[in-house]
Design a protein. Sequence first.
Length: 555
Amino acid sequence: MLLPAGAIGLLLVSGGSSADPRTPAALPGMPPPFLGTALVGNGRLTAAIDAYGDVVDMRAPGPAGRGLIDNPSDRQAARTVAVGTGIVPRVKIEDGPALPMWRADSVSQRYLPGTNVVRTVARFGRVRISITDAAVGGAFARRVQSSAPAGVRVEPVAEVNVQAGARCERNQRVRETDLLCSSGEADSPIDSSGDSVDQSSVGAQTDMTLRSAAVSDREWLDNARPLGRAAPRWAREMYRRSLLTLRALTDRRTGAVAAGARDGWAYVWPRDAATAALAFAAAGYRSEAEHIARFLLGVDLDAGARYQGDGNPVAVRAAQGDAAGWVAVASDTVGLTWSRRQASRALHHVDRFPWRGRADYQEADPGDYLANAIASTSVDEPKTPLYEGKWAHLHASSAIAAEFGAARGLVRTARDPGSGLDTAAAWAVRPFPLPALYPEVRRTMLRLAGQQTRFGITPGEGWTGGVDPWTAPTAWTAWSLAALADRDRLGRPAVALGERRQALRLLGDLRRAATPAGALPERVDARTGAPRSTTPLAWSHAFAILALRQLWPQQ
């Protein structure tokens, strides 16, 4: 159905094509279509929006729930995503073809201040298309508005074809189109009986969902422990955006934290979720932190590397050697008991080292890695023979230095100086403090930080995944350097000043790596800073919160 001049509509389709589709070309300097760059939701239904206003991922009943849009990550990587994937807005201007937003002259994207409500604006000459998206509870709402010079016809194309388990209704009128989608939950605004919904009701429900999402986010954010008064504006903005990102990716009912809103990332990794718990606790959200820790204490850490939103392990990837350490530090932070039974199950091993022969955060082949060795020192009960007794941390530090120490610092693989310095050395300052290792950790971090690009650093010198910088290692290195600066401030002020300056430089890199809306990608193009992977990534935002709080604590 065509609407009068000035109206705009949506094309909604789901799935790919068997005829070797090609992902459309990106606008200059922007990421490709169908890679999420923004996120809406508050811990129930979660949706990812790409830089052009396309809804490219939707999850329910929580962020680590079932996908309601078919957009496989391998197709994204191969650039073979069909042009009709997900929810794609198009606009027909005068007698021209229906154009998607990646055909616009320019596109910009921002969050409404203090919210997870996303606004994407596209310009086709003097025609302006504004798309506002939000999700609250089990509902997703979209409002598309257009403005054009007098006499210019703007016509919609409107088709709906979403995955089973989701239902969408629309209300089209002059210069505005509303879309309301439900995941089928009890509190969803669309009747699951299949009966048609009155269009005026769709408009009212869309308006209510957009407003409710904004109010809910702002009220929640008001409860955050603020940064210190000396924090600059950009730091406060990064802090708020990071908190809201974790809110969207944390299931309100179960405490499951999805690493990202994307196929292959919408799972719970113990280290990512534990860092989110640490960040929430540091920001004053103790109940959220405790909820996450309880979820982690309920999973079998020896069963896999990642978990479904219900706690069941995901097949294929084996357990990783840092999981127990991260869960232990998260549970200790909120005062939960890391029981002997849980620790025994999590730390099942053939010799006295629970971290040996397992993959680490880089998820390569199993081995004896620095990150796992450091994380294992936080496990309280039962102690490994090496770490038992009054001098447990000193013994652990000595063992780690002996196996991973090299002339230039701490390397990734035990007894292999050629494996290269590893940013995970920073973990021995925060969150697994081993003071006896601080001199070697400092040397390692400063050398790696000296190799930074404009957008951050790679995981380490031995990293084989290319030159693109990763935001999580950049942020965790900044956190630990800031912590060392606080420790050295009184006794060695000159050293502390250098450490703080380097931490600030890394946060500057992180700021440049963020999207215009403030989301932190997993990694970015080393030359342009454009997102190259999952955006936003929970782990990166959690470390950003911790680094910002270390640099500007509340006085």
